[in-house]
Design a protein. Structure first.
Length: 265
């Protein structure tokens, strides 16, 4: 039986920081006379759902039925984010006090990023909205095989909501995976697997990575998770048990690589 066949019919819930990824496409034509910057002749624009929604898209590509639960502001970017998720199982809570997280990338020829502009708030979600978030997840958990918490530190996930979500999922036998941050990794105690990239791992360790397998083991024990994943780009990745090498590829833009990695794992 193929992997795709085995995965088909499994349900995943992705919870976390949803955002709108905007792209301004163009071609660098010259250096501006006004300042030492490139002049980009715009040829088009595009926008897709990013952040936690991109993780859900990756899971769907692997054959799972993926729901996404997140947050948006009461603004035009939020309306566009909602529209980009049309046809998918999603629930975006609306917080009028903050803007929709939006990343606008200026992309020149060969897909290379020239500039990125972020619009966001990192204030923690209010207790009332956090309660609604947990309720939205709980309604879907009995039909899920996986709960994936996607934390970009934009405020959607709080220490309290993470603890409740991990507990609810594990009580139902649901696998819990998380993309965390150094300052929040300990929130995910009891999770099945938590991932940090290389700079984040070094932030959590307070030093450069030494033996990645040993460092993953140390972080697993410190955070109280079942397994810990350290991703290191071209140097591959490691858990507390083994190391996985990387296959070198030519790449213009690594945006979204972490989303794809945690979905694949």
């Amino acid at each position: 039986m193929s992997l795709a066949t085995r995965l088909r019919g499994l349900r995943a819930i992705v919870v976390g920081d949803t955002m709108l990824d905007e792209y301004v496409h163009g071609r660098a034509t010259r250096i501006s006379q006004e300042a030492p910057v490139m002049v980009i002749r715009q040829s088009g624009t595009s926008a897709v759902a990013g952040g936690a929604a991109n993780v859900a898209r990756n899971l769907s590509a692997f054959g799972l039925a993926a729901s996404v639960i997140g947050l948006r502001g009461e603004d035009d970017a939020g309306v566009r984010l909602e529209a980009s998720l049309e046809g998918t199982d999603h629930r975006l809570l609306v917080d009028p006090s903050r803007p929709t997280t939006r990343k606008t990338r200026i992309v020149a020829q060969r897909g290379e990023q020239v500039l990125r502009i972020d619009e966001e708030s990192t204030e923690p979600l209010s207790e009332a909205l956090s309660e609604r978030l947990v309720e939205a997840v709980a309604e879907r958990l009995d039909r899920a095989s996986l709960l994936l918490l996607s934390d970009y530190r934009k405020g959607t996930l709080t220490e309290g909501s993470v603890a409740r979500l991990v507990t609810l999922a594990r009580e139902r036998g649901v696998v819990v995976a998380a993309n965390a941050k150094p300052e929040t990794a300990a929130w995910y105690r009891g999770a099945t697997i938590v991932s940090l990239n290389e700079p984040e791992t070094e932030g959590a360790l307070g030093r450069p990575i030494g033996d990645p397998v040993a460092d993953a083991l140390g972080l697993r024990d410190r955070t109280g998770t079942e397994s810990f994943l350290v991703t290191m780009g071209e140097r591959g990745m490691a858990t507390e048990r083994f190391r996985v090498p990387a296959v070198p590829v030519e790449l213009a833009d690594a945006a979204g690589a972490g989303d794809t990695t945690i979905a694949a794992v």
